[in-house]
Design a protein around this ligand. Structure first.
Ligand SMILES: [Zn+2]
Length: 238
């Protein structure tokens, strides 16, 4: 579905864009497509099984998947990144934080294949980023923000799009309701780092938040982050 001109959500089991056959509504993450005309940049790519559905959805909005040049991965969890090997085989550039790239390379428990009773297919990233790095695609610049906690490699991507500061936040906070934060079962979950990341995110200036699951926020998204921070402080204070 089109979220802003040239910006689409093309995958999500929770939104009914892709199927939920293995582990229910969290089978597949929200997959976003930025149409830069000369190329398409994806944010996350889903669990792999859903790739044909994502291509079908892209066709629905006249997006030719052969124009995909790059996928930016928010973290290595199976529902976000297991399709990366399929894209790599089509010469799509895989970009991830260095910690996430290490998990992708090994396909180990940090990728959470066990949650889906599947093996994560290892994949080599083509480009590794660190906190504060910027990436340029055509006329846009993407800022990389390392926000560890849900996993140690979690990265959000901030881009100015149609006069909106759009944050692709991955699983740094949950958006099924106010005050949620991402699933805490990852083998590399770190609540101390998570709290720091939420404190940092709560000070960031952005207009639109497009999360890894659930609902997008087009109005005052920082209020959601602040509520999640408060919830985390109450639950995890020590
Ligand atoms: Zn996750």
């Amino acid at each position: 579905m089109q979220l802003l001109p040239g910006l689409y959500q093309v995958g999500s089991s929770l939104s009914g864009l892709t199927s939920d056959q293995v582990a229910g509504p969290f089978d597949d993450c929200n997959v976003y497509a930025l149409d830069l005309v000369s190329e398409i940049v994806l944010i996350d790519c889903g669990n792999g099984d859903s790739w044909p559905e994502i291509e079908r959805n892209m066709r629905m909005w006249s997006l030719d998947s052969s124009r995909i040049s790059t996928v930016l991965l928010t973290h290595p969890h199976y529902d976000h990144a297991n399709a990366a090997h399929l894209l790599k085989a089509r010469n799509v550039q895989i970009i991830a934080h260095s910690y996430t790239a290490d998990a992708l390379r090994t396909g180990d428990e940090r990728c959470c294949g066990f949650l889906y009773h599947r093996s994560f297919v290892p994949v080599e990233a083509d480009c590794m980023v660190e906190d504060g790095d910027t990436l340029t695609f055509g006329t846009i610049t993407v800022q990389c923000l390392h926000l560890p906690g849900h996993t140690l490699g979690c990265t959000a991507f901030l881009v100015s799009w149609n006069d909106n500061r759009v944050l692709f936040s991955g699983d740094v906070i949950g958006t099924l309701g106010y005050g949620h934060f991402g699933w805490s079962g990852s083998i590399d979950f770190d609540r101390k780092a998570y709290l720091q990341s939420l404190r940092r995110l709560a000070k960031l200036d952005f207009d639109v938040m497009l999360p890894g699951h659930g609902l997008c926020s087009f109005k005052n998204p920082r209020a959601r982050v602040e509520t999640s921070l408060n919830e985390a402080l109450m639950q995890w204070r020590y």
